[in-house]
Design a protein around this ligand. Structure first.
Ligand code: C6P
Length: 417
């Protein structure tokens, strides 16, 4: 009898070396050193499957969508709408009517701010955001507040960089109209308890937008299980192209929202007496969309799904632990953001060393990290810092790359202190 225990393939560890071969750019040399790409929070790299899908689209399928009766227009439309269905399945949305293609997370949030918030807000109303939001989840609401007289209310965070959930719950009042929260903080890596936050908001009858830019590459997202009303993310952080992103919006909300941009594809008929708008989701996609981007995003979703987000999360967690251990052993280095539930990124500062100088020296070693305020200035203010150095990991990163990072930080400290 064969007594070998067979492990289901979705639980087998990732074969990182084989995966790395799927990403042509990872074999690049920078300043003569092998690239260690640790800036995945800013933008992740594209596997050959995505590059091939974009190229195949351009070479064999390209035409404008939803317009022509000719063959290419139809196959381009099929490719574009096929990508929408992949996104729907990826997020477990009920319908493709709830999936709007946009340029990225920033545009998705601006769409909701202009088309949902502004028409529903009046003076004195309140929008709750948290202290750790990216500017893209602050400024669109500030613009909406300026236009309506509403105001932003800010949920506090702890020194660990965790949302203070009781203080958040206490912010709701009869004036609260919307909540907008990150799923994962880009500056700290904290994973917010969004399910709980959404439940609290819904108990007050308040809809919730989740900024999932930093979540979708790491955490399986099920918008129905979360119960969120809006969910936004960008293709380029999910191993897809730039210039394409997604707004998921609950159909009932989207159906009641006015269009935010006018032009082709979002109309059914136009006359000088009046215009009738197209059905969902096309009503929110004015003009020729980024068709190749959508196709590339669909291929990225296929790629990530084939690896499996639970396996990705397991490896990235190992990388996070390894980085935390190696970096925190460095004299004078402090990790900023120590939430119990963290995605695979480490923000840190080193006594006597400016993060930009550190980033420049690491670059000489072929190590790419991000330094600065990470477009999250309120969170930097909270920690009294102008900037941090941030290493953000992907499933294609290795323990060896992290050890190189730690060794290079030690060398940089010797040089700069
Ligand atoms: N954060 C980073 O290095 P766009 O630019 O629209 O694709 O994504 C904006 C955005 C929104 N929310 C969060 C949580 C984000 O992290 C980002 C992008 C990058 O952290 C570039 S600033």
């Amino acid at each position: 009898m064969n007594t070998a225990v067979s492990v289901p393939t979705d639980r087998l560890p990732l074969d990182v070396e084989r995966i790395r071969a799927d990403f042509p750019i990872l074999s690049t040399k920078v300043h003569g050193k092998p690239l260690a790409y640790l800036d995945n929070g800013a933008s992740s790299q594209r596997p050959r499957a995505v590059l091939d899908a974009e190229r195949y689209y351009a070479e064999h399928l390209h035409a404008n969508v939803h317009r022509g009766v000719h063959h290419l227009s139809q196959v381009a439309t099929d490719a574009y709408e096929g990508a929408r269905e992949k996104v729907r399945h990826f997020l477990n949305a009920r319908s493709t009517k709830e999936i709007v293609f946009v340029r990225g997370t920033t545009e998705a949030i601006n769409l909701v701010a202009q088309s949902f918030a502004v028409p529903n807000l009046k003076a004195g109303d309140e929008i709750i955001v948290s202290r750790l939001e990216h500017h893209a989840n602050i400024v669109p609401w500030q613009l909406a507040c300026e236009r309506t007289g509403a105001k932003l209310v800010v949920a506090p965070i702890s020194q660990a960089g965790e949302l203070e959930i009781e203080a958040y719950a206490a912010l709701f009042s009869a004036r609260t109209r919307l909540v907008a929260l990150s799923h994962v903080s880009n500056a700290l890596g904290s994973v917010l308890p969004v399910r709980e936050c959404i439940d609290i908001a819904h108990r007050h009858g308040v809809p919730v937008l989740i900024d999932g830019a930093q979540a979708v590459p790491h955490i399986p997202v099920d918008v129905q299980a979360l119960g969120c009303d809006f969910y936004a993310f960008s293709g380029h952080k999910l191993y897809g192209p730039t210039g394409i992103g997604i707004l998921y919006a609950r159909e009932a909300l989207l159906a009641a929202m006015p269009p935010w941009q006018g032009g082709g594809d979002m109309i059914l008929s136009v006359s000088f007496e009046g215009t009738t708008y197209n059905e969902l989701p096309f009503r929110f996609e004015a003009g020729t969309p980024n068709i190749a981007g959508a196709v590339g995003l669909g291929a990225a979703i296929d790629y990530v799904t084939s690896l499996g987000l639970p396996r990705i999360a397991a490896w990235e967690h190992e990388l996070l632990l390894h980085a935390t251990e190696e970096l925190s052993a460095i004299d004078g280095l402090r990790i900023v953001g120590t939430a119990a539930d963290k995605a695979s990124l480490v923000s840190f500062v080193v006594d006597g060393v400016h993060p930009h100088d550190l980033g420049t020296i690491l670059d000489q070693e072929g190590i790419a990290i991000r330094t600065g305020h990470h477009c999250a200035m309120p969170v930097m203010d909270f920690f009294g810092l102008p900037a941090t150095a941030r290493a953000s990991f992907s499933f294609y990163n290795t323990r060896d790359e992290i050890s190189r990072l730690a060794a290079a930080v030690v060398d940089a400290c010797r040089l700069l202190r």
